[in-house]
Design a protein around this ligand. Structure first.
Ligand code: AMP
Length: 380
């Protein structure tokens, strides 16, 4: 089914063509017509499924067709768990709205940076993408009013709860007009989330996309069995031998992310670490340098990697294994996206071997095992 049969205007279709979106992803086929009809949505989908465009497109379409008064009030509010996701979602709004005759101003606001520029930038904004804490700050200074919100989107709701935003979310919900459309997206469902669904959504259309399974088949998985102290040299060996141009490397701790990046740089491989202890500016800069191909390696912890959207990332390396199999799938899902194949490589120490077996069993897939201890790592 083409985009043209989903009820989107020609200007949006031109923007879609510009973004090389040839045909809708399943979540878009299901969600877009329902959202255009004004229905509430519960979308069970993760990054990579095309969920962002599935709410961005109908929101933009509705703002074109409804004669809304330009009263400089927020009409669509998108709540997101992280700054990175806020910026990313806003970029999609901007990219897809640039051909529209009725200009719709969108803005991303998030904590960790000065509030004043955001207060100024809020002038005339109709679509606001926000992390909950900063949104409440802006509301308390009267820079934002939610009294005219017609559509609420909660993106990565499960992550929002995991990060402890329950309280803030409840506060935000209390400030919204009763009559509105609600779109909730989450990769997983939990009891807490079901409570939110029950309280928030009115007869939602449930859209479920099993992205993980499709993705995993596209990903070639390898695991090097290696002693802990040889992981650094092996990482550099893999990057150099495979002439890897872009790779996302995962570590379990902030400290290790820094240490790995330092060692890579010392060995002539451009690398940046992104984690929660880095300033917002440093994180933004690292991400944009990585996205534009100016740095070769981004070393990240799980939290930071969530929502990082990089097209055609060919390699993901687990320097250390994550604790949960779900996180493993989430990590390796950074590659093999958008129908292109990728490689996920795990460096597994003897202490991690049992845990890696558990991960593979849970995932229902096994990685090709390579004995890294027999590789000559001299000079790496
Ligand atoms: P998301 O799940 O929203 O993070 O989107 C995942 C990736 O798929 C992003 O890089 C989008 O730009 C891309 N994408 C979304 N929808 C389409 C589509 N219909 N055709 C091609 N690419 C798409």
């Amino acid at each position: 089914m083409p985009f043209s049969s989903l009820g989107l205007s020609p200007a949006l279709q031109i923007a879609l063509a510009e973004q090389n979106y040839a045909k809708p992803y399943p979540i878009q086929t299901e969600a877009i017509p329902a959202i255009l009809e004004g229905k509430d949505i519960l979308g069970i989908a993760q990054t990579g499924s095309g969920k962002t465009a599935s709410f961005v497109l109908p929101i933009l379409e509705q703002f074109q067709t409804q004669t809304t008064t330009k009263n400089r009030h927020i009409k669509a509010l998108v709540l997101v768990p992280t700054r990175e996701l806020a910026m990313q979602v806003n970029e999609v709004f901007k990219a897809l709205s640039n051909k529209l005759p009725e200009k719709t101003k969108s803005l991303a606001v998030f904590g960790g940076v000065a509030i004043n520029p955001q207060m100024i930038a809020l002038q005339g904004v109709e679509i606001l993408v926000a992390t909950p804490g900063r949104l409440l700050e802006l509301i308390s200074t009267r820079a934002v009013s939610l009294s005219a919100v017609k559509i609420l989107v909660i993106d990565e709701a499960d992550k929002m709860l995991n990060l402890g935003f329950k309280e803030e979310m409840t506060q935000v919900f209390g400030l919204l007009p009763k009559k509105r459309q609600n779109l909730l997206f989450s990769a997983t469902l939990s009891d807490d989330l079901n409570n939110i669904n029950r309280n928030l959504l009115r007869n939602p259309i449930v859209v479920k996309v099993e992205e993980e399974v499709k993705n995993l088949d596209l990903i070639k998985q390898f695991a090097y069995l290696i002693t802990e102290e040889k992981k650094g040299p092996l990482l550099r060996y893999i990057i150099k031998q495979n002439k890897i141009k872009q790779v996302l490397v995962f570590t379990s701790s902030v400290h290790r992310a820094d240490a790995v990046a330092v060692k890579l740089n010392a060995n002539g491989i451009d690398a940046y670490a992104v984690h929660s202890k880095k300033s917002q500016e440093a994180r933004t800069e690292a991400l944009s340098l990585f996205k534009s191909g100016k740095i070769r390696v981004l070393v990240a912890t799980d939290l930071m990697a969530r929502g990082i959207d990089i097209k055609f990332l060919p390699y993901v390396i687990n320097y250390e294994l994550p604790r949960s199999p779900k996180d493993y799938v989430h990590r390796i899902g950074r590659t093999g996206r958008a129908e292109s194949s990728g490689e996920a490589i795990s460096l597994v120490s003897p202490e991690e071997e049992h845990h890696f077996k558990v991960i593979q069993k849970k995932m229902g897939k096994s990685a090709t095992l390579i004995n890294g201890n027999t590789i000559d790592l001299k000079g790496y």
